[in-house]
Design a protein around this ligand. Structure first.
Ligand SMILES: NC(=O)c1ccc[n+]([C@@H]2O[C@H](COP(=O)([O-])OP(=O)(O)OC[C@H]3O[C@@H](n4cnc5c(N)ncnc54)[C@H](OP(=O)(O)O)[C@@H]3O)[C@@H](O)[C@H]2O)c1
Length: 348
C-alpha cells in the first residue's frame, strides 16, 4: 500500500515522502481495517508535520521511526475483528480520530468509525467529522463564556471552512457575530454568501475602529473566537469588553505578541484554548450527540463542507501547495482509487 510519511519536522513539501509499505496486519478483535478513499489536508495536519514555533519537535513513531499525517477521512471497511458485529466489509465509514489516514489502509478502533448516511457523498463524508465536531466544541466554549446572556462574538479567518460553519451556526441560533477576514476580496466573497452578518477586512487600516463602532452600539465584544493568533493576539484581546473571553483554536498567522498581565487582570479577561484533540475527553453522551450533529449536517448542508480541489494521494505535494494559496474556499482532498474488481461501497 502507499503511505505518506515523515521522519523529521520541517516544510511539509520537503520532509514528506510517498512510500510503498505492506498492508497493516489483520485488525484486532475490536478493530476494523479500512481501505481509505478520501481524506482532507487540514491546516492542523500541516502543523503536525511542520511543528509549532517555539514548541519542542514531536517524536515520530518509536517503532517505525516514521509518522503518517491525517486524522480523518472516509473509506470502505475491508475486514473486521472478531468482536465487531455492527460493521461489515464494504460498508462506507468516516473515521476520527484515526492517526495516519494519508495511507491507502488504516486500522481503526471500530467505535471510532461512523457509518456514512446513504445520501452523503464520499467527499462530504471525508469532511464530516473534524470541522463539525470542532464547531460543537467551540460553540460550547462560547456558551460557557456568555453564561446564558446574549452577547457579541468576533471571529477571525471567517472565510475558512470552520469559520463558515461558525457563521452558519450563528445565523441558525441567532448569535450576534462579527466576521473578520484578511482581505477586501475575502470580505466581498463572504458578504455575498451571508449578507445578514457584518464582515470586516483586517487589511483596512481602520479595521479596529470599524469593530469598535459596530460593537459599541451593541454592548461591546464579549467573546473572540480566534484561529489566526501570532501578532494579532494582543490586538484582539484589546477589542474585548471587560470580563470577555479570548478563545484561541488556531495559528494561521505569523509573529508573536505579548499579553501583559496587568491589562488582563484589570479587565478580568479569560484566555481559553480549544482543540479537537481533546474531543475524546468529552462524555460518551456528548460525543454521540456531536456525531449525530455531524451526520445531520453532512446530509442537510453538504455545501458547508465544500471541496477546493482533489488530488491523488501520490500528488500530496501539489495538494499542500494548493492549501497554501490565498483566497481558496473549501478543503483540499487526497484520494485513493477505488479497486476496479470491487463492487463494495459503491461511490457516491
Ligand atoms: N483547534 C482545533 O481543534 C481546530 C480544528 C479545526 C481547525 N482548526 C483551525 O482552524 C483554522 C481554520 O481551519 P480550516 O480548515 O477551516 O481552514 P481552511 O479552510 O484551510 O481556510 C484557511 C483560511 O484561513 C485564512 N488565513 C490563512 N492565513 C491567514 C492569516 N495569516 N491571517 C488571516 N487569515 C488567514 C484564509 O484566508 P484567505 O481567504 O484570505 O486566504 C482561509 O480563509 C486553522 O487555524 C486550523 O488549524 C483548529
Amino acid at each position: 500500500m502507499r503511505t505518506v510519511e515523515h521522519t523529521r519536522q520541517g516544510d511539509a513539501t520537503q520532509v514528506l515522502t510517498l512510500t510503498e509499505k505492506p498492508r497493516p496486519p489483520a485488525p484486532g478483535a475490536a478493530e476494523v481495517l479500512v481501505r481509505m478513499l478520501v481524506r482532507p489536508v487540514h491546516p492542523g495536519d500541516l502543523i503536525g508535520v511542520e511543528g509549532m514555533p517555539g514548541q519542542p519537535e514531536q517524536r515520530p513513531d518509536a517503532r517505525s521511526q516514521a509518522r503518517t499525517p491525517g486524522v480523518e477521512g472516509m473509506g470502505v471497511v475491508e475486514s473486521v475483528g472478531a468482536d465487531v458485529h455492527a460493521l461489515h466489509p464494504g460498508q462506507r465509514v468516516a473515521v476520527f480520530p484515526a492517526p495516519g489516514t494519508w495511507s491507502d489502509f488504516v486500522v481503526v478502533a471500530a467505535d471510532l468509525t461512523v457509518p456514512v448516511p446513504d445520501e452523503v457523498s464520499d467527499e462530504t463524508a471525508a469532511l464530516m467529522l473534524v470541522n463539525p465536531l470542532t464547531l460543537r466544541m467551540l460553540y460550547r466554549a462560547v456558551e460557557d463564556a456568555l453564561g446564558r446572556q446574549p452577547g457579541l462574538v468576533l471571529q477571525t479567518a471567517a472565510g475558512s471552512s470552520i469559520g463558515r460553519l461558525i457563521s452558519a451556526e450563528a445565523a441558525r441560533r441567532g448569535l450576534q457575530l462579527i466576521n473578520l477576514v484578511r482581505s477586501t476580496s475575502g470580505a466581498e466573497k463572504l458578504r455575498a454568501q451571508n449578507p445578514s452578518q457584518p464582515v470586516i477586512a483586517t487589511s483596512d487600516d481602520d479595521w479596529r475602529e470599524q469593530v469598535r463602532r459596530y460593537a459599541g452600539e451593541r454592548g461591546g465584544v464579549q467573546v473572540v473566537l480566534d484561529s489566526v493568533g501570532g501578532a494579532m493576539t494582543q490586538g484582539l484581546a484589546a477589542l474585548l469588553d471587560a470580563g470577555g473571553t479570548l478563545i484561541s483554536y488556531g495559528h494561521l498567522g505569523d509573529g508573536t505578541a505579548s499579553l501583559e498581565a496587568l491589562p488582563l487582570i484589570a479587565r478580568a479577561l479569560t484566555l481559553r484554548g480549544e482543540t479537537i484533540l481533546r474531543w475524546m475527553r468529552r462524555t460518551p453522551e456528548e460525543r454521540a450527540q456531536d456525531v449525530a450533529f455531524a451526520q445531520d449536517l453532512a446530509r442537510s448542508a453538504p455545501d458547508l463542507l465544500d471541496v477546493a480541489a482533489r488530488y491523488d494521494l501520490a500528488d500530496f505535494k501539489a495538494a499542500i501547495e494548493h492549501v497554501r494559496r490565498p483566497g481558496r474556499t473549501g478543503t483540499v482532498l487526497l484520494t485513493s482509487p477505488r479497486p476496479v474488481d470491487s463492487a463494495q461501497g459503491a461511490a457516491r
